[in-house]
Design a protein around this ligand. Structure first.
Ligand SMILES: Nc1nc2c(ncn2[C@@H]2O[C@H](COP(=O)(O)OP(=O)(O)OP(=O)(O)O)[C@@H](O)[C@H]2O)c(=O)[nH]1
Ligand SMILES: [Mg+2]
Length: 277
């Protein structure tokens, strides 16, 4: 388990987070994505400039050793709002995302893939949905107007079945049609004090099942083709997904007790101290 929020001051409630000026932290997890990161960041910068919100972009790389450090050093020299964190001896998409979020004090947290399958040009629409009052804005391939791009029928079918399996753990009124999307923004206050699982690929599903959400908006987009490099999704991803589902089925209807929330906060605080020493 890893915590979402690093326990920074004034972040412990919906009220305190909304009282602070809005800031967006966009995390981009990377594993062997050196061939994608520069074209991606060019488009991300242009898109975030249209959001009219203070922001930072945090690339979290799991020690790919593919030259991404040199690329990011060049980008960061030009724009100090973009930075790289390299994790050593750790792997996992969800854990990388949580680490990036934990290193920021932003009021709003976002994530997108590095391979350009998520069009950065959607970022202003996601931010607009948040500004309009959504707690969670999801870039959605299944919302009306969205599409999977050129997926084969067999992959499409597997995806549909995987989504159907989420229905028991999603909550009525805040259901998403694309609960496996890796492209979304969420208000930090909604996930504050909830320990999310660092293992696995599908962090959005756990947020949909467990976070303190009042409204979810899906913004349609067409899933692009991977620009360069190879997919990291495989049998292990499917296995982790099934484990997550099992855990969410077991926890269904159970909200964390005050003691569990307190424990989650203590872990967060420890983590924050570790980050700053
Ligand atoms: N830091 C980190 N990033 C990861 C890890 N696994 C995947 N990623 C990143 O997570 C994002 C999604 O991974 P992809 O391999 O594109 O998975 P996918 O989009 O579900 O699958 P494809 O459609 O086949 O590309 C990419 O930016 C990856 O580089 C990991 O273990 N650590
Ligand atoms: Mg991909």
């Amino acid at each position: 388990m890893q915590t979402l929020d690093a326990g920074l001051p004034a972040r412990n409630s919906r009220q305190s987070a909304s009282a602070r000026p809005a800031k967006l932290a966009l995390v981009i997890p990377t594993l062997h994505e050196a061939g994608n990161i520069l074209p991606l960041l060019v488009r991300v910068r242009a898109a975030l400039a249209r959001c009219n919100v203070p922001h930072e972009v945090i690339v979290v790389d799991d020690d790919s050793g593919d030259g991404i450090e040199a690329i990011l050093a060049g980008v960061a020299a030009e724009d100090s709002r973009i930075r790289l964190i390299v994790r050593h001896g750790e792997r996992g998409l969800a854990g990388a995302v949580l680490r990036g979020w934990a290193e920021s004090d932003a009021t709003h947290l976002g994530v997108m893939d590095a391979d350009l399958q998520h069009p950065p040009e959607l970022l202003p629409s996601l931010w607009a949905a948040i500004q309009a009052g959504a707690d969670l804005a999801v870039g959605s391939r299944y919302a009306s107007g969205g599409s999977l791009g050129g997926w084969k029928a067999s992959r499409h079918l597997i995806s549909r079945i995987a989504i159907w399996m989420t229905l028991p753990v999603q909550r009525s009124g805040i259901r998403a049609r694309d609960p496996m999307s890796g492209f979304f923004m969420v208000r930090r206050a909604c996930i504050d004090g909830i320990a999310l699982q660092a293992a696995g690929f599908k962090i959005l599903l756990e947020i949909l099942a467990r976070a303190d959400l009042r409204s979810v908006v899906e913004v349609p987009f067409t899933f692009g083709r991977r620009y360069a490099g190879a997919s990291k999704a495989g049998p292990r991803t499917a296995f982790d997904y099934l484990l997550l589902l099992l855990r969410l089925y077991r926890q269904k209807g159970r909200t964390p007790s005050p003691a569990e929330r307190e424990q989650a906060r203590a872990v967060l605080e420890e983590r924050q101290e570790a980050v700053h020493h």
